[in-house]
Design a protein around this ligand. Structure first.
Ligand SMILES: Nc1nc2c(ncn2[C@@H]2O[C@H](COP(=O)(O)O[C@H]3[C@@H](O)[C@H](n4cnc5c(=O)[nH]c(N)nc54)O[C@@H]3COP(=O)(O)O)[C@@H](O)[C@H]2O)c(=O)[nH]1
Length: 947
């Protein structure tokens, strides 16, 4: 119903008008026709009933007699008048009691006829008018006459009339439609025109065009047109004004927009510069607008969907309650603005510290907060820095002294531990230079080295002695670190130090107890084994050898038992001191307990070196001991020696073998040493004996000088000789230098021997000159030991001066190893010798590690190619090539070349072809005594004079 109403309301007015007219016309026509039709119908029916019922009643009166007399025939005659009427359908006469006297029912309708009530005379139903007329005589009911009339004809007539009326209705409808249409057109035309005009004007910019209506009319429509035109002109006028206002407004808006844009830009820049993000919380609908950067930092959600609840969920659980409480306070107006710090989860799942602040900018009419705006800042770095600062502050006040200076080394800050250690308060230290603490125990070079390290590596760590305010000097372990700025320039220095006075003392005490024998203060077994292991490792790497000497005192038990333990202790301490005094710094002596000592000799050259030390110690301990109670005692010592690597490669094995050797030494009769192997023991003993004999030989002048000719390869003439020492032993005969020169070098006797050979050679040379022999160069060997540890320059000057031998005929042969080591020192010596007029030769070239490039730095005259290169010529191609190269290169550097050990004509020819200058070797002459060499020289002279 509502829909219908709605639909009707929505219909255009003209249609509604048309409907009204048609409805009125049709309703009027229909109701009039309907009434007329109904009235006529009713009339016709009543007439039909009345007429036919009267006929039936009349017939009924004529049937009284036949009914009384039960005369069927008479009844039929009477009734025939009735059934001969065309519209009678059936008729029957029924006597009271139910006897049918007559029945005329050709269509069998009676059986289906309705039963009428007692007093009901007729019934109008469907196609029939039923009737029941009583038959009475003198108020006695004799029977009843029943029947039915057909009413079809009457009904058909009525239908025809109905059709006619409907036709009239249709015509009326058409007429009403036409009438309504005419009326609608007439009434709506001006309105439609007004509508079209209004629409057209609405579509045009110009609204000033008036709408014209018939001039002669003055009805309501005409007023409407006037009102419309007036309205339009007013609108036009207002529009002009509005346009003007609009233009003004536009200019203002443009200006404001520009200003706003500028402000926005400045705000954005300011926010960006201050690392801030804008947020805008619409409290009413809960939407939180966040800066795009912050959104992308913490979510992939579309920004428009972010609510305050979602945002709160992203806050760290530990901060959520506090922040929600702050928000609640704001909303309840307990505080006007907010400022808080919290951790916010990012898309990565980690948290960043955010500082958020804002205020309410809009309220509802009731005064409730509606909108808030504020900024957020990522303060993670600041928070981190705060944490680090707190840590730094705690660390700064640690147990270690800390001193911070600026780049000029002026103290900026010190901590409490600094004051505790140094005694200087902060006020006393600040603005001072750390020199304040200088003890003076370190020299300038120490500090220079320290600052060099700081400059190079950025820090320095070490131990330093400083002075407290009360003048006490104390050791500290200090680390100095240079702090650099982003430009890599030092801005500060930070020194962190510990007073290690107590630590040092404690460490020393612990070490002493753990590693040293309390009686003698010598290292104990533990330290010895550590050191031995370390030495084995080092020697294994460097290919060196070491010796372990196990020493046992003879007769110590007797002293201890007879003079008491105090005397025994005293004796042991003195033994320890004597042993120590005989050792080099690199060696070690340990006490294993009782009277047992062990000596570790590191880096020995020959196995016999150990025997020499053992011999010296045995000799030292054989001397008398004066004990503190004025008892003089004589003891002795036996020593067992084991060697690394010959006798074992672990500390335990070496100790066991030294112990075994010690028993061997004791068995041999005490007061002697023994190696773990017999042959070494013998060799060592022989070597020691030889050294003793050599000393004796020097004193007894048993040394001789032999001379070996040096020949000019081009002329074949002797131009010089090498002086070679020999030992003329009265018992053994001539002892070659290979046997005694190494011992002489180790024992230092070489200095005396070398000095003697130089003197003897120059003396002999002078004598030969004086006797008229031709002047030849005499070459003297200078050992490495002699060159490096004695004043060779002074010796040469002295000898030349003493003997008067011309320096230009003296040549000194120095080995490569002699020159190695301190190059500048060697150069000084050589220059000095050169300055004296002496010639200089490099001996055994090729056996050492020097190169020609290295040698060119020295003022040398002759280069002697080692015999080992000459031996295999012409069989060894390599040696030939090396020799040829040495000759060529030596010449390039300005040296003369002498080949040693030339024995065959092939060697001689090869050297001559390669341009070698001189040679020396058995092919010409072996080393021979002075007289023989003089003869050789004289014979050459004679030959020459004959030629
Ligand atoms: N510091 C000193 N060292 C000296 C002194 N005297 C000798 N020595 C050095 O002793 C080493 C052995 O010398 P020596 O046994 O005399 O041997 C020399 C020559 O005999 C030997 N030689 C020379 N020619 C030949 C040869 O043709 N065949 C051959 N088998 N041997 C030959 O060479 C030695 C000379 O060597 P060098 O000195 O290198 O020229 C030896 O190293 C001597 O240096 C001394 O007084 N002081």
């Amino acid at each position: 119903m509502n829909k219908l109403k709605q639909w009707v309301v929505c219909q255009p007015f003209k249609r509604k008008l048309q409907w009204v007219i048609m409805t009125v016309v049709l309703t009027t026509v229909a109701s009039t026709l309907g009434f007329l039709y109904w009235q006529k119908n009713d009339q016709q029916r009543n007439d039909f009933v009345r007429t036919n019922l009267a006929l039936a009643k009349l017939v009924a009166e004529f049937t009284v007699l036949p009914v009384v007399f039960d005369d069927s025939k008479g009844a039929e005659d009477q009734l025939s008048k009735l059934w001969k009427t065309p519209n009678v359908a059936y008729v029957l006469l029924e006597k009271t009691g139910g006897q049918i006297l007559t029945n005329h029912d050709p269509s069998n309708i009676a059986a289906a006829a309705p039963t009428l009530a007692d007093n009901q005379e007729w019934l109008w139903q469907d196609h029939y008018l039923y009737f029941a007329v009583p038959i009475s005589h003198e108020h006695e009911k004799l029977g009843i006459l029943k029947g039915a009339y057909r009413i079809d004809e009457l009904k058909q007539a009525q239908y025809r009339e109905l059709h006619f009326m409907l036709l009239v209705m249709l015509i009326a409808a058409l007429c009403s439609y036409g009438l309504a249409f005419l009326l609608r057109s007439f009434a709506m035309a001006p309105i439609t025109q007004l509508d079209r005009h209004a629409r057209r004007i609405a579509e045009q910019p110009d609204m000033s065009e008036p709408i014209i209506y018939s001039a002669h009319r003055a009805d309501e429509i005409s007023h409407l047109y006037d009102a419309f035109n007036l309205l339009m002109s007013r609108i036009q006028q207002r529009e002009t004004e509005i346009l003007q206002l609009n233009r003004d407004l536009e200019i203002k808006i443009r200006q404001r927009t520009q200003d706003l844009e500028e402000s926005r830009h400045i705000l954005a820049l300011s926010l960006q510069a201050s690392n801030q993000w804008l947020w805008d919380w619409n409290i009413a609908d809960n939407i939180l607008k966040l800066d795009a950067e912050l959104v992308s930092l913490c979510t992939t959600l579309p920004p428009a969907t972010i609510t305050i609840d979602w945002f709160n969920e992203q806050i760290h659980p530990d901060d959520q309650l506090r922040i929600r409480q702050a928000q609640a306070n704001l909303l309840c107006d307990r505080q006007p603005n907010c400022s808080s710090e919290f951790r916010l989860r990012t898309v990565n799942g980690d948290y960043r510290w955010i500082h958020s602040q804002g205020q309410i900018i809009e309220r509802s009419p009731q005064g409730n907060p509606v909108r808030m705006i504020g900024t957020q800042t990522d303060i993670t770095d600041r928070k981190q820095a705060e944490i680090e600062l707190r840590i730094a502050a705690v660390a700064f006040e640690s147990q270690e002294g800390i001193m911070v200076t600026d780049a000029n080394n002026d103290i900026l800050r010190v901590n409490q531990a600094f004051t505790k250690i140094t005694g200087y308060t902060t006020e006393e230290a600040v603005n001072q230079n750390p020199r304040l603490l200088k003890s003076g125990l370190q020299d300038q070079s120490f500090y220079e080295e320290m600052w060099r390290s700081i400059e190079l590596t950025g820090n320095w760590e070490g131990q330093i002695w400083n002075r407290r305010k009360n003048s006490d000097i104390y050791p500290e372990l200090i680390t100095i670190t240079a702090v650099k700025g982003p430009d890599n320039v030092v801005t500060n220095y930070v020194a962190v130090f510990n007073d290690i006075t107590l630590t040092q003392a404690a460490t020393a005490e612990i070490e002493r107890l753990a590693f040293y024998d309390p009686l003698t203060a010598l290292p104990n077994r533990r330290l010895l084994m550590d050191r031995l292991q370390h030495s084995i490792n080092m020697d294994r790497r460097d290919g060196k050898q070491l010796a372990l000497l196990m020493l046992d005192l003879d007769r110590f038990k007797a002293v201890n038992d007879s003079l008491g333990h105090l005397a025994g202790d005293d004796l042991l301490q003195q033994v320890a001191a004597r042993i120590s005094s005989r050792l080099r710094d690199v060696d070690m002596v340990a006490r294993l307990g009782g009277d047992e000592f062990v000596i570790l000799l590191e880096d020995i050259t020959l196995p016999e070196d150990a025997a020499q030390v053992a011999e010296e110690i045995i000799a030292e301990l054989s001397k008398q001991f004066c004990l503190s109670q004025h008892d003089n005692v004589l003891i002795g010592a036996s020593i067992g020696i084991s060697l690394y690597p010959q006798h074992g490669d672990s500390p335990e094995i070496l100790m066991d073998h030294a112990d075994a050797a010690l028993y061997q030494a004791k068995d041999a009769g005490r007061g002697c040493f023994a190696y773990f192997s017999e042959e070494l023991t013998l060799a060592a003993r022989e070597r020691i004996a030889l050294e003793a004999r050599l000393r004796h030989a020097i004193e007894q002048q048993e040394l001789r000088v032999f001379y070996q000719a040096q020949v000019d390869i081009a002329t074949g003439l002797i131009i010089g000789a090498e002086a070679l020492v020999r030992w003329q032993d009265p018992a053994e005969g001539l002892i070659p230098p290979q046997r005694f020169i190494p011992i002489a070098e180790e024992s230092g006797l070489i200095v005396d021997i070398g000095s003697w050979v130089l003197h003897e050679t120059c003396r002999q040379g002078r004598q030969w000159l004086d006797t008229g022999l031709p002047a030849v160069t005499l070459a003297v060997n200078v050992s490495a030991h002699q060159f490096q540890r004695s004043d060779i320059c002074a010796l040469v000057a002295q000898v030349l001066s003493d003997t008067g031998f011309p320096p230009e005929h003296l040549e000194l042969e120095i080995t490569e190893s002699g020159l190695m080591g301190n190059q500048s020192n060697a150069t000084t010596i050589l220059n000095n010798l050169r300055a004296q007029g002496v010639h200089l030769a490099i001996d055994d070239f090729g056996t050492g590690y020097s190169s020609l490039a290295y040698l060119k730095h020295f003022p040398l005259d002759v280069l002697k190619i080692d015999k080992s290169f000459i031996d295999e010529i012409p069989f060894q191609q390599d040696d030939m090539e090396i020799t040829a190269t040495i000759v060529a290169m030596a010449h390039t550097l300005g040296f003369k070349v002498l080949a040693e050990g030339v024995e065959t004509p092939e060697q001689h020819d090869f050297l001559r072809k390669k341009g070698c200058d001189m040679y020396q070797g058995y092919i010409k002459s072996p080393p021979i005594p002075a007289e023989e060499f003089a003869k050789l020289l004289r014979s050459q002279n004679r030959t020459m004079s004959v030629v």
